[in-house]
Design a protein around this ligand. Structure first.
Ligand SMILES: [Zn+2]
Length: 376
C-alpha cells in the first residue's frame, strides 16, 4: 500500500500505512499563526476490492470540528467524478471506511481544483473575443493573479465583480466560477446578453493560488487569512488582496460577490453587509431582492439558515464584502456553499458537488439580472 499527497493541492501526513484496516493519517497545518487545517487530498494505491479504514488522527483539532459531523468524504478514481464515501467522527478522529473499485483512489475534503484546471478555465474564456485576460500582480510565491474582464472597454457600464477562493480549500468557489463564466459567455443566453448590455464583469476565479497549490484550507503562502485584511492589505504579505482592491478602486464597484464554502452548515446562503456602520437602506433592499431572485432561480439556494447577523454598525470591516460595501456604497455579499450537502435536497451519491456549484454560479446571473437596474 502506498499513500501520497505529493501533487498540486495535496495534503496528508502518513503516520502508518502497514495495516489496511488501521491506516493512520494526519492533516498538515496551513502556514500562519492560527494553524488552520481541515483540507485533505491524497492518493491511496493498494488493491481494488480490499477494504481500507483510514483514521485521520488530528481531526479533532481541525479548524471547524462541526464540519466532521454528518460529513461524507469525497473520493475519485478518474480525478473528474468525485463521489461520497461514509465517514464517522469519534474521539476526535475522522474515520473513512471504503472498499475501492480500483487500485488507486483519491480522497479529498471536497473535489479538488488544481492550478492546471484554473489555467484551462482562463484559456477557455479568452477564446471569446469579448474577454480580456490581465495579470494584476504576483502572489507571495510569484504566481499570477489572473483577472478576466468581459465587456470592460465601455466605462459607462455597471461594474460587476466576482471573486472566489480567498480561502483556497473552498474549491466549491472555483467550480461556481466555471458555471458563472460559461453562462456569462454563452452567446445564446438571453439573460447573459441582457446583463452584458449594461454591465462589465470583472472576475478573479482564484484569489489564493499559493494556498491552493500548497493544499491550505484558509491562508496564503505568508500565512495570512486573506479575508481578514481588506481594510489594510499589505503588498508584501497579502499582495493578492492588495492588487485586486487597487483594481477595484480604479474601476469602481457596483456589485460584488465573494464566493466561499462553509465547513459546518449544510446549506447555500449569503452573508450580507447589513452591519456596516454607514449602511444605506438601498444596500439592504438590494441584498434582499438578490436573495429572493436567487431562491427563485435555483432552489438549492435558501435564506433561512446562515450566519448570525452582525448587530447594526458592528460588522467586521476587514472582510471583503463589508469593506467593499462600505468603501463603494454598493451591494456586496459573501456567498457560502456547503462542504457536506444541501440538507434541503440531499444527493446520496455526490452530496454537494462541482456540478451543483456550476449550476448555482449560472443561476447567480439570473439574480444579478433581477437587481441590475437598481444597482447604481
Ligand atoms: Zn471562506
Amino acid at each position: 500500500m502506498h499513500i501520497s499527497a505529493f501533487f498540486d493541492s495535496g495534503n496528508i501526513e502518513v503516520v502508518s500505512a502497514e495495516d489496511p484496516n488501521d491506516i493512520r493519517l494526519r492533516i498538515r497545518k496551513d502556514e500562519g499563526p492560527e494553524g488552520f487545517f481541515q483540507w485533505f487530498h491524497y492518493r491511496v494505491t493498494g488493491e481494488a476490492g480490499e477494504r481500507r479504514r483510514m483514521v485521520i488522527e488530528n481531526a479533532g483539532e481541525a479548524s471547524y470540528t462541526k464540519g466532521w459531523e454528518d460529513y461524507r468524504a469525497c473520493a475519485s478514481y478518474d480525478r473528474e467524478t468525485w463521489f461520497r464515501v461514509d465517514t464517522s467522527y469519534e474521539n476526535g478522529q475522522l474515520i473513512i471506511d471504503h472498499v475501492p473499485a480500483c487500485d488507486s483512489t483519491y480522497y479529498a475534503y471536497f473535489a479538488p481544483y488544481g492550478r492546471d484546471r484554473h489555467h484551462d478555465l482562463i484559456a477557455r474564456c479568452q477564446s471569446d473575443p469579448r474577454v480580456r485576460v490581465e495579470v494584476l500582480g504576483e502572489t507571495v510565491d510569484g504566481d499570477a493573479m489572473d483577472l478576466i474582464t468581459i465587456g470592460g472597454s465601455d466605462s459607462s457600464k455597471l461594474k460587476i465583480w466576482a471573486i472566489a477562493r480567498q480561502h483556497p480549500g473552498e474549491t466549491q468557489a472555483e467550480f461556481w466560477m466555471e458555471g458563472f463564466l460559461a453562462r456569462a459567455l454563452d452567446p445564446d443566453d438571453p439573460v447573459a446578453k441582457a446583463v452584458l448590455a449594461k454591465a462589465a464583469l470583472y472576475v478573479v476565479p482564484n484569489m489564493n493560488p499559493d494556498g491552493s497549490r500548497r493544499g491550505h484550507l484558509r491562508t496564503n503562502a505568508a500565512g495570512v487569512n486573506l479575508n481578514r485584511v481588506w481594510a489594510d492589505p499589505n503588498p508584501e504579505t497579502s499582495p493578492e488582496v492588495y492588487h485586486v482592491a487597487a483594481k477595484m478602486r480604479s474601476t469602481g464597484v457596483d456589485f460584488s460577490i465573494d464566493v466561499h464554502g462553509d465547513e459546518g452548515l449544510p446549506y447555500n446562503f449569503i452573508a450580507g453587509a447589513d452591519g456596516i456602520p454607514d449602511v444605506e437602506q438601498r444596500q439592504i433592499d438590494l441584498r434582499i431582492a438578490f436573495e429572493a431572485a436567487l431562491r427563485q432561480s435555483n432552489p438549492d439556494f435558501q435564506s433561512e439558515h446562515g450566519y448570525p447577523k452582525a448587530p447594526p454598525g458592528k460588522a467586521n470591516l476587514s472582510m471583503c464584502s463589508t469593506q467593499i460595501a462600505s468603501a463603494h456604497k454598493c451591494l456586496a455579499m459573501t456567498l457560502e456553499m456547503p462542504f457536506k450537502d444541501n440538507a434541503n435536497s440531499p444527493d446520496e451519491q455526490f452530496g454537494w458537488s462541482p456540478n451543483r456549484c456550476r449550476k448555482l454560479g449560472a443561476s447567480c446571473l439570473d439574480a444579478i439580472y433581477a437587481v441590475l437596474d437598481d444597482l447604481r
